[in-house]
Design a protein around this ligand. Structure first.
Ligand code: SAH
Length: 357
């Protein structure tokens, strides 16, 4: 039994079942045993690999897209260059290298990183110079804000609900025969899920991610007021349904209740909820990552890089391009949505918002 499992078991015995959000927050961010607090989870030796760790092309293209929006908005100086959940800092390093020749961009940029993990804060500070760390978006400076978040929102704690009549039962983590087990609360009405009564039926499961809505609310208000944009990249859909709460350990799916604090826990991102929370900022549609990267020119960039490669490194490079863009890999599952000020030019490569949103 992990130390955190013993502690969670004692807590449930004392005060009753936990919501999935409470359980997820303890597993990921417990000050002593939390998954993100105790380790660097990324890369081949870690538990999972992300797009910026797969290829430098990802951060480069994201960087050029952000620099394009910055120029479209008249190159505001100074501005806050923000990343949420930067991991090892790889995306930001690639973004900065790719934008080195954009006139005035680096001189105007102040680097602000939102990061909960002391281990990853150290890695970011070592790789990048002049960074300011924040616990959340509330303390960001009052400047135009150009932000990126890759695989950040999937790590924020979700609550899960199962439709019962016109009410919802919350999925809880309790105890069965002394071991952690899922259970359901009594049915309760929930105004925050009224918009899902139309497209769900008895027994369907939906997620609610209140912390994500709070973060996006702060970003959206700032972008609407001071200018800027945010690129949000994650796995999920415009509207998510079903049980997407999952654990990943050592590059394989695991039981989310199996080893608290030792596995990454995530859920698919519901982009509609983010878009709703971002008002008064405008938003694009959640566009497939493969489509976004192709529109930004990943194939010519891949071909240019390939000229310098041969043998195994060339094969790896070709595989990385495929992994980022192909519909059978990350190309369709991952989506990109931008927030930007009403009336401004939307960021490049993204579909306009759906008529009904
Ligand atoms: N963007 C990086 C890392 C993704 S992993 C990449 O693409 O490689 C998720 C990141 O979000 C990690 O840096 C993790 O420590 C951070 N994180 C998770 N929950 C957080 C929270 N509640 N507040 C701030 N950072 C958080």
């Amino acid at each position: 039994m992990t130390p955190l499992k013993a502690q969670i078991t004692r807590q449930i015995t004392a005060t009753g079942p936990l919501s999935i959000a409470e359980y997820m927050a303890l597993c990921l961010l417990h000050p002593e045993h939390g998954y993100y607090i105790t380790r660097d989870p990324l890369g081949a030796k870690g538990d999972f690999t992300t797009a910026p760790e797969i290829s430098q092309m990802f951060g480069e293209l994201v960087g050029l897209a952000l620099a394009q929006v910055w120029m479209d908005q008249g190159a505001p100086t100074p501005f806050a260059l923000v990343e949420l959940g930067p991991g090892r800092g790889t995306l930001m390093a690639d973004l900065l290298r790719a934008t080195r020749d954009v006139p005035g961009f680096h001189a105007a940029a102040h680097l602000h990183l939102i990061e909960a993990s002391p281990t990853l804060r150290d890695a970011q500070a070592n790789l990048l110079s002049d960074v300011t760390h924040h616990d959340g978006p509330e303390t960001l400076p009052d400047l135009p804000l150009f932000a990126v978040a890759n695989e950040f929102f999937d790590a924020l704690p979700i609550r899960q609900f199962i439709r019962d009549g016109d009410q919802w039962r919350e999925r809880m983590v309790g105890l069965a025969d002394g071991d952690l087990a899922f259970g359901l609360s009594a049915p309760l009405p929930l105004a925050a899920l009224d918009h899902r009564l139309g497209d769900t039926s008895q027994g369907d499961m939906v997620n609610l991610c209140t912390p994500a809505a709070a973060v996006v609310g702060t970003l959206g208000a700032r972008i609407a007021d001071r200018g800027g944009a945010a690129l949000i990249i994650d796995y999920g859909d415009w509207r998510t349904s079903g049980d997407t709460f999952q654990a990943v350990r050592d590059h394989a799916k695991a039981d989310p209740l199996g080893a608290p604090g030792m596995a990454d826990l995530t859920a698919h991102v519901d982009f509609e909820n983010l878009a709703r929370a971002a008002a008064p900022a405008s938003h694009t549609d959640a566009t497939a990552q493969g489509v976004f990267l192709e529109r930004l020119g990943i194939t010519p960039r891949a071909q240019a890089l390939a000229k310098r490669l041969s043998g195994a490194t060339l094969n790896e490079h070709v595989a990385a391009h495929r992994r980022l863009t192909h519909p059978d890999e990350m190309g369709t599952l991952f989506k990109v949505m931008a927030l930007y000020p009403r009336g401004a030019e939307p960021p490049p490569g993204l579909d306009p918002k759906k008529a009904d949103s």
